[in-house]
Design a protein around this ligand. Structure first.
Ligand code: ADP
Ligand code: G6P
Length: 467
């Protein structure tokens, strides 16, 4: 494959994030780091396999970066000014749409200037794609930050095949209707040939909205537009590179890392683990409270059990994320001041991101995995745990409000709002017989190894290219 950036490509992914994030420190030193979140985890292996180009923001405001070749595909960085980061990314994307789409678990904020910036930036992404795409190319637009791109792109380049995939939930009409720009966003998505969601419920919610647009009719899994096109609307539950995760987790290097980690944690009998972006949708408050109470009530013994929780810093300038960070720090401090000893903490909390191999080692040592979002499009952490953990004497506690609950039916299911229920389920997951746990793990492993990220991408692209 060529190492130089191609002029035009037949396959393009457009996402707000690039797989690598450009960091500039106070002294002006530049470094590139892996970007956070499930979208990048899922799409990176797809791009490594398919080649083409990835258009996205490189994470540093007010900087123009030249295109470059990376891991078998081209990267085209889209610049954003500091004001656009504030209004389009932190504002409209992450303080308006993100909470609105996650069942308004915090109050969405509506500002007209943010909407203006959102339109302007979406147009810029579409223009960049229109420039890079060869005649008849396939363009795959990703996620809520870029809802208007399909419509803009169709206006600019009607020859393209345009797909859109939403990585997060799509809310019921009653919540969505609060959005002052609800019509525009639906029109934006109807610019695509194929619109994919994580669950059938999300696809149905969108079809109900599309049907309300003048001149648009819908039939099972399709919207017929005013300009005579059929837009396919369907669920495509996303996944991970299961074999890649498994190979990494069972490699000698990671096994050695796992041994060291267990020792660093004081060789406890049981390790409970959670790993998330520090986001209010992940149910961290409820989870930490539940485990904390189990320690305080003596149901978990800090001499035997450690709860390790990682939380990657995320969207740190958005108000609700600042509040969450402070709340969690306080909660963790309160628990550790009451249970455990100075030498041995019951709850080991790290507000940082770790490299993939360290994460794999953590999955390997985790006897019990807690994935308890109050709402989540899919949740890849749940699938990563199943792919990495080779010991059958393991358990996944999973929120019924994660998209993954539809597939990982054998998990220990919880309602994260029900703290007592969650505590009881955690205890059951810890005390069930090895036979029961093994049956559950094997069934979930089959699911995760059958429905990999390659299956997801091939399903979506086959449907799109068949149009
Ligand atoms: P979201 O996309 O909302 O962040 P997902 O669970 O779908 O949630 O994806 C999160 C991704 O980020 C996973 O691939 C997970 O491994 C990774 N991740 C989360 N927290 C960390 C961390 N502290 N260090 C490294 N990777 C992390
Ligand atoms: C979720 C979203 C992605 C986003 C990621 C990280 O996975 O679906 O679109 O990239 O979170 O969030 P960030 O705001 O850092 O890009």
């Amino acid at each position: 494959m060529s190492e130089t950036v191609q002029d035009k490509v037949d396959f393009l992914v457009i996402a707000n994030r690039l797989p690598v994030d450009r960091k500039v420190d106070d002294d002006g030193n530049v470094s590139w780091q892996s970007s956070p979140g499930g979208l990048v985890t899922a799409l990176e292996p797809v791009m490594q396999r398919k080649g083409g180009a990835w258009i996205g923001w490189h994470g540093a405001p007010d900087e123009v970066v030249d295109p470059f070749h990376h891991d078998g595909y081209d990267i085209h960085p889209v610049p954003l000014s500091a004001q656009e980061v504030e209004e389009y990314y932190e504002g409209f994307s992450n303080a308006t749409l993100w909470p609105l789409y996650h069942d308004c678990v915090v109050e969405p904020v509506f500002h007209r200037e943010w909407w203006d910036a959102y339109q302007k930036v979406n147009k810029r992404f579409a223009e960049q794609a229109a420039e890079q795409a060869a005649e008849g190319a396939t363009v795959w637009v990703q996620d809520y930050q870029l809802t208007l791109v399909p419509m803009y792109l169709r206006q600019m380049r009607p020859d393209l095949r345009i797909g859109f995939f939403l990585h997060i939930p799509f809310p019921p009409i009653e919540l969505y209707s609060r959005l002052p720009w609800r019509e525009e966003l639906v029109e934006g998505l109807l610019g695509a040939d194929l619109v994919g969601f994580q669950t059938p419920g999300a696809a149905a919610n969108f079809l109900r909205l599309a049907k309300r647009r003048p001149g648009v009719t819908t039939s099972r899994g399709k919207a017929h537009t005013r300009d005579g096109r059929d837009v396919i609307v369907r669920d495509f539950p996303i996944s991970i590179d299961s074999r890649g995760f498994h190979e990494l987790a069972t490699s000698e290097k990671v096994q050695a890392e796992a041994d060291k980690l267990r020792e660093d944690l004081g060789n406890p009998e049981t390790i409970i683990f959670g790993v998330d972006r520090l986001d209010y949708t992940k149910g961290l408050r409820q989870r930490i409270r539940a485990v904390g109470e189990l320690f305080k009530e003596g149901k978990l013994d800090p001499d035997e059990v450690v709860f390790l929780q990682l939380a990657t810093p995320s969207r740190e300038r958005v108000e609700e994320y600042k509040i969450l960070r402070d709340d969690i720090n306080l909660l963790v401090g309160q628990i550790n001041s009451k249970v455990g000893t100075i030498a041995r903490r019951a709850l080991v909390y790290r507000n940082k991101s770790v490299p993939r191999d360290v994460l794999a080692a953590m999955y390997q040592v985790a006897d019990l995995m807690l994935v308890t979002p109050v709402r989540d499009g899919m949740n890849l952490v749940a699938k990563e745990y199943i792919a990495c953990r080779s010991n059958d004497d393991s358990a996944l506690v999973l929120s019924e409000f994660a998209g993954a609950a539809r597939e990982l039916k054998q998990a220990y299911m919880v309602n994260p709002y029900d703290i007592d229920g969650m505590k009881a389920t955690i205890m059951q997951a810890l005390t069930d017989s090895p036979k029961v746990k093994a049956r559950k793990m094997r069934s979930m492993r089959r699911q995760v190894f059958d429905k990999t990220i390659d299956v997801w991408a091939d399903d979506f692209l086959t449907e799109l290219e068949g149009r």
